[in-house]
Design a protein around this ligand. Structure first.
Ligand SMILES: [Zn+2]
Length: 163
C-alpha cells in the first residue's frame, strides 16, 4: 500500500539539479504530501528566486516520483502559501553541502545583512579565518569566499529570508 512515508523516502532520492548531493527534502522544498483517492499531491516551494526555474524542478520531482510509482497519478504543485527560506535547509543537508565544498548559509533571525557573509567557515579545513571575495559567485545566490588558512577559494550560499 502506498503511504506518505514511501513518498518521503522516494523524495530523499530526488536531488536538486544544481547541487546533486542535496535532496529536495534537504533543501526544505517539500511542504506537504497528500494521498487522495485519485492522485498523490506533492506540494513544493521553489528555492532562490534567481536559481533554477520552478517548472524545471517541479517536472523533475514529478518525473522521478512517477517512475517510482507508475500506478499512481502524481501531481506536483507549487505551494504559494509559504516562501522558501534558507532556515528550512536541514542540518543533514548543510553537512552534505559542506562535503560538496560549499559553505552553508548562516541561520538568520528574520533579517539578512552583509555581515552574515563574514567569518564563513571554510568547507575544506573548517577555519573561520576567511575573507569575502565577492558577494556574487557562479550564481546570484552564492558568495565567493577565500580561506587564509588553506588558501582555497570556496562558495557560500547566502542566507535568504522568506518574504
Ligand atoms: Zn580552509
Amino acid at each position: 500500500m502506498l503511504t506518505r512515508e514511501k513518498i518521503f523516502t522516494a523524495l530523499e532520492n530526488v536531488s536538486d539539479p544544481e547541487i546533486p548531493v542535496m535532496s529536495v527534502l534537504d533543501l526544505g522544498m517539500i511542504t506537504g504530501v497528500e494521498i487522495n483517492a485519485a492522485n498523490v499531491v506533492v506540494k513544493m516551494i521553489p528555492t532562490y528566486a534567481a536559481c533554477p526555474a520552478t517548472n524545471f524542478i517541479k517536472n523533475h520531482i514529478e518525473q522521478h516520483l512517477q517512475k517510482e510509482f507508475p500506478d499512481e497519478k502524481i501531481l506536483v504543485v507549487v505551494d504559494n502559501s509559504i516562501h522558501w527560506d534558507t532556515n528550512r535547509m536541514s542540518e543533514a543537508g548543510k553537512e552534505k553541502l559542506k562535503s560538496f565544498g560549499i559553505a552553508p548559509p548562516r541561520k538568520h533571525l528574520g533579517e539578512v545583512t552583509n555581515e552574515m557573509l563574514l567569518g564563513a567557515e571554510c568547507p575544506h579545513c573548517k577555519s573561520t579565518n576567511t575573507v569575502l571575495r565577492s558577494p556574487f559567485g557562479s550564481t546570484l545566490c552564492r558568495a565567493i569566499q577565500f580561506c587564509k588558512d588553506c588558501n582555497q577559494t570556496f562558495e557560500q550560499f547566502k542566507p535568504v529570508v522568506a518574504e
